[in-house]
Design a protein around this ligand. Structure first.
Ligand code: ATP
Ligand code: MG
Length: 509
């Protein structure tokens, strides 16, 4: 990049204050055309706040912005769009009940734009089903939809807030290639991610925020490693000392017995005769490329979708026919993928969100406020959150909300915990805390089912790993028998599916 060139965007002294929190504290940042600029920082560092300012959604309390050398006021999303800034928010701003086309109309695209959308989809190799309801799209399809929207708007600066958090390794790689392509075309990309390996792979420059301030810049990422980046973000990380693992107990905690579901008419995957037993004190990982039945499996295990009684047992109790609340009473806790949409209410306080799912917090219709506050504070302290219990969930940063919700489910001391990518969106330090907390649950005899596309997360946690492919489950291999080759084959559908025989052998053993 020529030094003399006028930068695409130049930010000076940017400030944003929410009540007592200085979310952006005199931020200086320069973005040049043709660069992928990583924006890093621990949960709550102020990254999404900056993104919302660039999107024209939030007004700053101070500072200046220059676009191609000219001063600008990003007073509305329209202004930002007109300049050529396109933003993909951390929590997608899509209407789940509407189709892709309808969502694009809402985002201000009209008929000719739709045609351009299709052209861009073909050009960049990013297929999105235009007539599908957004609620039926996988995470990566939603991601593609948002990216194509940006490209259709002919954005010169793309600001992407944790775009790869929900993507599996193969999809992430495709995404990285696309980032480089966009930069090569002369656009600038601001990429926010907690996956430091991605930063090293794809970014030209990295800026690190901490408590609202810029605390570091790296212009030579070739000479950096993930540990340097982590230290800049959160300070020195303690080496994780994994507790010695005792073998799982023999008692079954969760049994699937020829568990099947029908596919919805125009979307979704049918689960086909899944049979598997997860024992007490065992962590079962379920890997696979998104869209192979993960959401359907989570729905049917959690009780969001019911099935025949005997196809699912909690300990010895048939529970396939029970709903979420009844399964909770039997000891099942659930961390869904859609953290803010299922089982939480963002407009309520943290304490109220604990009350939503906690037992023993009310009696004869009266809330036991003392107990509730104690329990909420315990969760907050355990996951290093410094907010009071009366904070609204919506006022936490994305990663802080993740921590809180994972913490709420872990603290319920369940017999079985069902968790969709438990470390998604949290910073490196917190990911360690969550892994440690899950291992602690395991040691207490809880059975944990982790459904994730993130292989690092699965390798850190699982005792056995199975792969879901088009609604079918591979055998659950002990980790010693899992290697990349076997996984890649299973993820591509080249592995045998778990037979009834294995199920019986486990149940008998
Ligand atoms: N609308 C709001 N009201 C009050 N406080 C807010 C609001 N939005 C953000 N904050 C606070 O501002 C700080 C910065 O939040 P921000 O969302 O920018 O963090 P982040 O760097 O994106 O973190 P994460 O990695 O968790 O997504 C946090 O302390 C958060 O609680
Ligand atoms: Mg954020």
């Amino acid at each position: 990049m020529a030094e003399a060139a006028v930068p695409l965007l130049s930010i000076r002294g940017l400030r944003k204050i929410y009540g007592q929190t200085v979310a952006n504290d005199h931020i200086d940042l320069t973005i040049a055309a043709g660069e992928v600029h990583a924006l890093l920082g621990e949960n709550g560092a102020g990254k999404s706040t900056l993104v919302k300012i660039l999107a024209g959604l939030t007004r700053p309390d101070g500072g200046t912005l220059h676009w191609r050398g000219e001063p600008v006021h990003l007073d509305s999303p329209k202004t930002a769009r007109r300049l050529g800034i396109a933003v993909v928010l951390q929590h997608f701003a899509l209407c789940p009940g509407l189709t892709v086309q309808e969502n694009l109309r809402l985002a201000g695209l009209d008929r000719p734009d739709l045609q351009r959308f299709k052209t861009q989809a073909a050009r960049y190799g990013l297929p999105v089903p235009l007539d599908s309801c957004v609620m039926h799209l996988s995470a990566s399809e939603r991601q593609r939809l948002e990216l194509l929207r940006c490209l259709t708007q002919e954005a010169q600066l793309l600001v992407l807030d944790e775009p790869t958090a929900m993507l599996g390794p193969a999809e992430s790689r495709t995404f990285m290639t696309l980032m480089r392509q966009l930069a090569a075309e002369g656009r600038a990309v601001v990429l926010i991610t907690h996956k430091l390996q991605e930063v090293l792979e794809v970014a030209d420059v990295a800026t690190v925020l901490r408590r609202g301030r810029v605390v570091g810049r790296l212009t030579d990422l070739d000479a950096a490693n993930a540990r340097d980046l982590a230290t800049m973000m959160v300070g020195d990380l303690p080496q994780l000392q994994p507790a010695p693992r005792t073998p799982p107990r023999q008692l079954p905690a969760l049994t699937m017995h020829r568990l099947s579901t029908a596919a919805h008419r125009d979307h979704g995957v049918a689960l086909q005769e899944l049979s598997l037993t997860v024992r007490r004190g065992e962590i079962l990982g379920i890997a696979g490329v998104a869209g192979n039945g993960q959401e359907e499996l989570l729905a049917v295990l959690s009780g969001l979708q019911r099935t025949s009684p005997a196809s699912l047992l909690l300990e010895d109790e048939p529970c396939g026919h029970l709903g979420v609340a009844a399964r909770r009473t039997l000891g099942l806790a659930y961390v869904p993928s859609d953290r803010l949409g299922v089982g939480t209410v963002p407009s309520m306080t943290l304490a109220e969100n604990v009350l939503l799912t906690a037992s023993g917090m009310s009696q004869l219709g009266w809330v036991r406020h003392g107990r509730l506050a104690v329990r909420t504070r315990e969760i907050l302290a355990h996951f290093h959150l410094h907010q009071p219990p009366q904070t609204r969930l919506a006022d936490l940063s994305g990663g802080m909300a993740q921590r809180f919700l994972v913490g709420r489910e872990i603290s319920a001391q369940p017999k079985v915990l069902l968790a969709a990518h438990p470390t998604w969106g949290v910073d490196v330090r917190c990911a360690q805390d969550i892994i440690a907390a899950l291992l602690e649950l395991r040691a207490k005899g809880c059975a944990v089912v982790v459904v994730s596309e993130d292989l690092d997360e699965l390798f850190a946690l699982a005792d056995r790993l199975a792969v879901l492919y088009r609604g079918q489950l591979s055998p659950a291999w002990p980790m010693a028998e899992v290697d990349e080759h076997r996984l890649a084959q299973a993820m591509a559908g080249l592995a045998p599916t778990a037979g009834i025989a294995e199920h019986h052998a486990l149940a008998a053993g």
